[in-house]
Ligand binder design. Structure first.
Ligand code: AHR
Length: 512
């Protein structure tokens, strides 16, 4: 992108054309914070074909499956190293009655999924099916309990059913249903969006309900719950303030939902048909989560200076219009390179705040909103966002390395300032440094100087995700239009690396 005139606000003066387009200076000696693997969390709701068709087809299906779970999806998710999976909602959680989803499947009652298209839910995927899936994936379950329409007793018994060892009525019921040993359940959400679909409450009232419901969510037989209060939407700082004041350390975490969305009324725009201006706006809006995080964190810091209460961004991602011809209310959307950038830029930001942000869950894992995976009958396709999550999974549980970034900035619609490069770095347990770089510019390559304080680079290898067009996506007929490839344009220099990033590309480097 050297010499390009973009109408941008420049970090450098125009006289410095011989300089690189961007400089990233990594400070390994300042690294102290671990990036919890839970930053890479996922979310699966009973919504559209996320569960039914996406994850679960049942043992009798002609679609290849392992005990009812799609084989292709299982394999893809194992590769992704999913650390935690949130379930059963979302809005669905506050209408879900867990006892309808246990016991012989043919006896399970049906219900109408009022939030999501009025689809009839047959409850064939319930507690056992979910917790067994988590065991197969090797991930932590994150259960969302029903505060909106459920009772305290119902919630208390669910915890007992899942986690108590033996000799209690719920443990006996679980054993009767075929599961001898309890599961380990750490993360437990006390309601979801209690200001909206979870009960339309005021924060003061919800705080009291949280105190009441959570009192009866017990720790059984060595299982220790990490209780998460239903937190704010986007810019609702008052919600966080009231919960911190009224609940305080009775909660281990409080959630935050932030979607990259044009608005909640009218069209949200097409997932695949958009202008360059729309693209840059999207990245500006996605990056605004950093300011939103800072403001919620500042409130939390006031009440909890020791940072003992975690902020969990347990829903985030893009939200576009549903694909034409799909079932209304099922939130099925395609996923382009634009969505891949929303993922990489968001993860870069989350890495910076892990002294407070301990988990995030992109919405959602399959066939809904900003998905990893799309399925149709027996076909499956991995989205560009899946590839970002896979390229980035090297950062899970690694030490975050602070960095300085100098680059061009573009003023985008709604007067947001968008840096043309995004970067993050970490050091893993074996001492390897991973650097992820995104060149969001649509118009040209960028030469990036990467300096690593106090360290000479001996070797470098990398992976790149890019595509000819920003609106490219993968389909069942062309599943590899956007797919990662080996990256060879990182050269070792005396001071570190020179990396030539093509336009609209995301790269992860491994540096030794
Ligand atoms: O992720 C889709 C929906 O978005 C969730 O059910 C809800 O919590 C949020 O409004």
């Amino acid at each position: 992108m050297r010499n390009a005139v973009l109408g941008v606000a420049l970090c450098f003066s125009a006289t410095l054309l011989a300089r690189p387009d961007a400089t990233v200076t990594i400070h390994p000696e300042q690294g102290k914070q671990i990036i919890p693997k839970e930053i890479y969390g996922q979310f699966a709701e009973h919504l559209g074909t996320c569960i039914y068709g996406g994850l679960w087809v049942g043992e009798g299906s002609s679609i290849p499956n392992v005990s009812g779970y799609r084989t292709d999806v299982l394999e893809a998710l194992k590769e992704l190293k999913v650390p935690v999976l949130r379930w059963p909602g979302g809005c669905f959680a506050d209408e879900y009655h867990w006892m309808d989803g246990i016991g012989p499947r043919e006896n399970r009652p049906r219900m109408v999924n009022n939030n999501w298209g009025g689809t009839v839910e047959d409850n064939s995927f319930g507690t056992h099916e979910f917790l067994n899936l988590c065991e197969m994936l090797g991930c932590e379950p994150y259960i969302s309990g029903n505060v909106g329409s459920g009772s305290v007793e119902e919630m208390a018994k669910w915890v007992e059913y899942m986690t108590s060892e033996a000799g209690s009525p719920m443990a006996d019921l679980r054993r009767k249903n075929g599961r001898e040993k309890p599961w380990k359940v750490k993360y437990f959400g006390v309601g979801n969006e209690s200001w909206g679909c979870g009960g339309s409450m005021r924060p003061e009232y919800y705080s009291d309900l949280y105190r009441r419901y959570s009192t009866y969510c017990r720790n059984y037989d060595g299982n220790v719950l990490f209780k998460i209060a239903s937190g704010a939407s986007d810019y609702d700082y008052n919600w966080t303030e009231v919960l911190m004041n009224n609940i305080g350390h009775r909660m281990d975490g409080v959630s935050l939902h932030y979607y990259t969305v044009a608005g909640w009324t009218g069209s949200k725009g097409s997932a695949t048909k958009f202008t360059n201006d729309d693209y840059y706006w999207t990245l500006g809006k996605c990056r605004e989560i950093e300011d939103v995080l800072k403001r919620h964190i500042a409130i939390m810091d006031k009440y909890d200076p020791k940072k003992q209460i975690a902020l969990m961004v347990d829903e985030w991602g893009t939200w576009w219009d549903e694909e034409p011809g799909t079932v209304p209310g099922h939130l099925y959307q395609q996923n382009t390179m634009r969505d891949a950038f929303v993922a990489s830029l968001s993860l870069d930001i989350f890495h910076k705040y892990t002294d407070r942000v301990k988990m995030t869950n992109i919405a959602q894992i399959a066939n809904v909103l900003h998905s990893m995976i799309l399925t149709k009958d027996d076909k499956m396709v991995l989205t560009p966002t899946y590839h970002v999550f896979k390229m980035y999974n090297v950062h899970q549980d690694a030490t975050y390395l602070p960095l300085d970034l100098e680059c061009e900035r573009k003023i985008v619609r709604d007067d947001r300032i968008l840096p043309m490069v995004s970067a993050t770095a970490s050091r893993d347990k074996d001492g390897k440094i991973h650097v992820s770089l995104s060149n969001v510019n649509l118009e040209g390559e960028q030469e990036i100087t990467v300096k690593i304080d106090g360290q000479a680079v001996k070797s470098v290898k990398g992976t790149i995700l890019t595509s000819a067009n920003i609106d490219d996506y993968n389909t069942f007929d062309n599943p590899d239009t956007v797919a990662p490839k080996e990256f060879k344009d990182a050269k070792i220099t005396k001071g570190g690396l020179t990396v030539t990033l093509p336009a609209k590309s995301i790269v992860t480097l491994e540096v030794d």
